[in-house]
Design a protein around this ligand. Structure first.
Ligand code: FE2
Length: 330
């Protein structure tokens, strides 16, 4: 990653941004500009909006990379081998003690309970591969908190490395076979969870790409005028950032794909992104009722602002990291 463009990594510095000043003057039918201010201190974020919302506190959790397994996963072992060895010992982002991914996830949920969080926003790679042991364990832990949650997949959640098939096919297969309960009856590819007059809109971009039905869904949510928090796994393209910011990145494609062999998957698309993915990108940064984007994937905390819209990337929850976000009316 080019550090000159990296606004802030671990240990995010204090910053306050007046977002209204950057908002473009593009006309959007019946949608009012609802952004007021956005502030960040370490892992605590405050969002003030002109819209009428009930004060809401959410925990953004991403990239825990759980790799529990049992006898049901034996037949997939050769596909889970590399990732099951990853993220074994993690330096906790606060105590600096060594935590397993399981301990980090439990610790974070406990914090969310203690702080009376209203909602848990999970933006993918909660699992390093789709083992039933991990999924069942995490679901139980989430249910035990009694806090509503939404989950959108990351590129590892549905991936057993080296299995044949396109990313889209494998995502469909493993969502149906194992991950389905994480979506609580909602569409895994696009869904919206309403919390205190804020809509948490989940769009699965774990293949880096956006599909037409996802764009349509997002448009409807924008046109409702209700405040949106957009949940994605792969951060949206930001000039100067690495290919980890790969969704709608104009450089993304076959030639830029360096890890397909290690990760045992098909190469990225020849010819780069589709028009639909670029259209989605443009419409996201025109949405006047979008308060922030939440993403993961890079495992490093960062904040980028484009056209007055912040994109928060939280560090990996394998280290216990979470973003503690408060939304209020000014
Ligand atoms: Fe990850």
């Amino acid at each position: 990653m080019n550090r000159r463009y990296f606004l802030s990594a671990t240990g995010l510095t204090t910053s306050g941004l007046l977002l209204g000043a950057f908002t473009p003057s593009l006309k959007q039918k019946n949608v009012k500009d609802i952004r007021e201010t956005f502030s960040i201190v370490k892992n605590e974020i405050s969002i003030y909006t002109k819209a009428n919302v009930k004060p809401t506190r959410i925990f953004h959790i991403t990239d825990t990379h759980l790799s529990l397994d049992d006898e049901r996963g034996l037949k997939y072992q050769k596909f889970s081998q590399r990732m099951s060895g990853a993220y074994k010992d993690n330096v906790h982002f606060q105590s600096k003690k060594i935590y397993s991914t399981k301990e980090s996830f439990e610790w974070t949920l406990q914090r969310a309970k203690e702080e009376n969080s209203d909602f848990l926003a999970l933006t993918g790679d909660i699992f390093s591969f789709p083992s039933l042991a991990s999924i069942e364990w995490a679901l139980n832990k989430l249910k035990e908190t009694g806090i509503p949650f939404a989950f959108v997949a990351g590129n590892h959640d549905w991936h057993y490395e080296g299995m044949k098939g396109s990313s889209k096919q494998l995502r469909d297969i493993w969502t149906e076979k194992h991950l389905k309960p994480m979506y609580q009856g909602n569409n895994p590819l696009f869904a919206s969870y309403d919390v205190n007059r804020v809509q948490f809109v989940c769009i699965d971009n774990s293949t880096y790409e956006i599909m037409p039905e996802q764009l349509d869904f997002f448009r409807k949510k924008v046109n409702s005028g209700i405040p949106i928090i957009l949940m994605l796994h792969i951060p949206l393209y930001m000039p100067g950032k690495s290919m980890l910011y790969g969704c709608a990145n104009p450089e993304w494609g076959e030639k830029a794909d360096k890890n397909y062999d290690i990760e045992g998957r098909e190469k990225w698309r020849k010819g780069g992104h589709t028009k639909v993915t670029f259209d989605f990108y443009n419409e996201v940064f025109r949405a006047k009722n979008l308060l922030t984007i939440l993403a993961g994937h890079s495992h490093q905390s960062a904040l980028d602002v484009k056209d007055g819209i912040p994109q928060v990337v939280s560090a990996h929850n394998a280290t216990g990291y979470y973003s503690d976000i408060r939304i209020s009316t000014l």
